[in-house]
Design a protein around this ligand. Structure first.
Ligand code: OSB
Ligand code: MG
Length: 369
């Protein structure tokens, strides 16, 4: 497959409600969209999950656009005839930038699979047609507001609730939600907001029968997570720290994590995600699919990934309506707490180009030399 042109745009989509985490509040989702057109007439779409500011990871939207344009695409163009399976090795000399690399690889994979008439799900190794949905709930101004929001999600059918926590917003909100929903699978995500000294504090979460505590400590403090895991009974699940197959292997060896959140953008793409999934299956480590407030484009591929056999826990793969009043694809509608894995070729969703045009804030067309 040879790439003819690449259409890079930045779009801005308002969120249905502000999303507050320990690292900041998002009111809208700014993100980079990529469409590649190949010489044989296929098209591939991907979104880069980097956020507008480098608060969750070092990457951010405009940096992604820059590194893609300046380094990643020239390398791909230079290769000429290309398959998605070759992209990661080709881009390996450029350090970091997993989200940007994932975007390039995914757009190429989408075009390739569309040409071959294969869905993402079948290509990645799907084991089911429906996936269980969880929902990630931001920090709210009051515990009452949180209880209201969680109740709405429970009524909608979500099968697992994840509460964002930070110092000052942890034990009490968890206690209240646990009392309201004694049997609901419940977990928390700190996005690195705590330090090693907080072990005794975090131990207070143990009575609430949580599935896991996600990324309590700094991304680089894998050893700290291993130490914390010895003190706290609730399982530790790494998110930010897992940036590759190697880092997953090391974190497991250190017993810093006993459950893994796989986010394709964070680890450099869907192919690396499958490798991490396989490693976890071999080691009896449960995995679940994380989210980055994706639009329908990234969601479609995430849902395909979440249908692999090792994804035994509900992921942050929520319905379109959890995030956006209007999605940029045919919306994902949840039924009985589940979403259907798209079965059409490639990511398998229809793109709403008119709407994308409406919310595009900048656009660049890059022709292959
Ligand atoms: O840490 O999982 C996270 C969103 C943006 C950045 C980081 C995270 C999240 C979420 C929301 O928790 C997941 C989603 O529903 O897409
Ligand atoms: Mg997380």
């Amino acid at each position: 497959m040879r790439i003819k042109e690449v259409d890079l745009r930045i779009i801005n989509l308002p969120l249905v409600r502000p999303f507050r985490t320990s690292f900041g509040t998002q009111y809208e989702r700014e993100l980079l969209l990529m469409k590649i057109t190949t010489q044989d007439g296929s098209e591939g779409w991907a979104e880069c999950v980097a956020m507008s500011e480098p608060l969750y990871s070092p990457e951010y939207t405009f940096a992604s656009q820059d590194v893609i344009e300046r380094f990643l695409l020239p390398k791909i163009f230079e290769a000429g005839d290309i398959r998605a399976e070759e992209v990661a090795d080709l881009l390996r000399p450029f350090l970091g930038h997993q989200m940007s690399k994932a975007c390039v690889e995914t757009a190429i994979l989408d075009a390739q699979l569309k040409l071959e008439g294969i869905s993402f799900g079948s290509y990645l190794g799907s084991s089911r047609e429906l996936i269980d949905c969880g929902v990630s709930v931001g920090i709210t101004s009051t515990i009452d507001a949180l209880a209201q929001e969680v109740s709405q999600y429970v009524d909608e059918g979500y099968r697992r609730i994840k509460l964002k926590i930070e110092p000052g917003w942890d034990i009490e909100p968890v206690r209240v939600i646990r009392e309201l929903f004694p049997d609901m699978p419940l977990q928390v995500d700190a996005n690195q907001a705590y330090s090693r000294e907080d072990a005794d504090h975090l131990k207070q979460l143990d009575p609430f029968n949580l599935l896991l505590i996600e990324q309590p400590l700094d991304e680089h403090d894998v050893l700290g997570h291993a130490m914390l895991a010895k003190v706290v009974k609730t399982p530790i699940c790494l998110d930010e720290s897992i940036t590759s197959l190697e880092s997953a292997r090391d974190a497991l060896a250190l017993k810093a994590t006993t459950i893994i959140n796989i986010k394709p953008g964070r680890v450099g793409g869907y192919l690396e995600s499958v490798k991490i999934h396989d490693l976890c299956v071999e080691n009896d480590i449960p995995v679940w699919c994380g989210g980055m407030l994706e639009t329908g484009i990234g969601r479609a591929a995430n849902i395909a990934l979440a249908s692999l056999a090792g994804f035994t826990l509900p992921g942050d793969t929520s319905a379109s309506s959890r995030y956006y009043h209007r999605d940029i694809t045919t919306p994902f509608v949840m039924q009985d707490g589940q979403l259907r894995v798209p079965s059409g070729p490639g990511i398998g969703v229809d793109i709403d180009l008119d709407f994308i045009d409406e919310i595009t804030t900048s656009r660049k067309l890059i022709l292959a030399p």
